[in-house]
Design a protein around this ligand. Structure first.
Ligand code: SAM
Length: 256
């Protein structure tokens, strides 16, 4: 069970993604609990101000530190009363460490996670310095807000929680879990518009199927993401297979 706290100025953005498909089922089964908090509820002035002009001038508005500190401290106090301490406070930011399956795995070990979604030009730096314990970016591009980034991170994390997926086996071969991209998948019909499913998959020979899948996984990773191969755990014969691919002009590994 993982408990996710999301601090946002736009709680309504989370209504769709968290109330459909596998995610909704996981919430119903108690595998994941999501608590969305409106940062505006932690303001005390008449206009519920959450942003202000940047010191030093410049475009856009900056999110104020007070409501963010209060919101995080409110969650932490509630958890503290239940004996839960040291909860990661994750700031979504294009300046954070890059989100990968490894980071998802690391976060999935926690029972409680707090996410802060920025908006506008960004967030007062003191939030990053004194409140957040981690900063995560979902890619080298800039979004208008951290909400979509939080959805991406939460989605990738919760599907690793035991009980989220009907069959945990599907995690084993998945792209990035193994350090490689997954092999191609097919379903019925066996022939669609003259395009046939590879025969080996219809053979019922599990050993051959496993070997074909592993080779396809290696081939596909070499073609599409050769950077991943350098870090992957490969058997000596698999390394030789890759070397043969790299020297093979036909396969076009070098052209990607
Ligand atoms: N001025 C900031 C900068 O240059 O670093 C960008 C602010 S961005 C327009 C507003 C908010 O969107 C950020 O505070 C962050 O929460 C979120 N955000 C934008 N891009 C993101 C990314 N690649 N990963 C995670 N969060 C992102």
């Amino acid at each position: 069970m993982v408990n996710i706290y999301i601090l946002t100025l736009f709680p309504q953005m989370f209504e769709g993604p968290f109330s459909a498909g596998l995610f909704q089922k996981a919430v119903e089964r108690g595998v994941v609990k999501v608590d969305i908090r409106n940062i505006r509820d932690y303001t005390h002035d008449k206009h519920h101000t959450t942003d202000d002009y940047p010191y030093g001038g410049g475009a856009g508005m900056v999110m104020k530190p007070e409501p963010l500190f209060e919101a995080v401290e409110a969650v932490k106090n509630e958890l503290s009363q239940q004996g839960i301490e040291n909860v990661p406070v994750i700031l979504l930011s294009p300046q954070g460490r890059l989100f990968t399956e490894q980071v998802a795995l690391e976060l999935s070990k926690h029972t409680h996670l707090i996410f802060i979604c920025g908006q506008y030009e960004g967030i007062d730096e003191r939030v990053s310095e004194y409140l957040a314990t981690d900063e995560i970016s979902i890619g080298d591009y800039v979004l208008t807000g951290g909400e979509l980034a939080a959805m991406v991170v939460v989605n990738a994390v919760v599907r690793l929680i035991p009980g989220f997926l009907g069959s945990p086996d599907s995690l084993l071969s998945e792209s990035h879990t193994t350090g490689l991209l997954e092999y191609p998948q097919y379903t019925r019909p066996p022939v669609f518009r003259d395009w046939a499913v590879p025969e080996v998959l219809l053979s019922g020979n599990h050993a051959q199927i496993a070997q074909w899948r592993r080779e396809q996984s290696l081939l596909r990773t070499a073609k599409r993401r050769s950077d991943l191969l350098a870090k992957a755990n490969l058997y000596p014969e698999e390394k030789r297979f890759i070397q043969r691919l790299e020297t093979s002009v036909d396969i076009g590994v070098k052209e990607q």
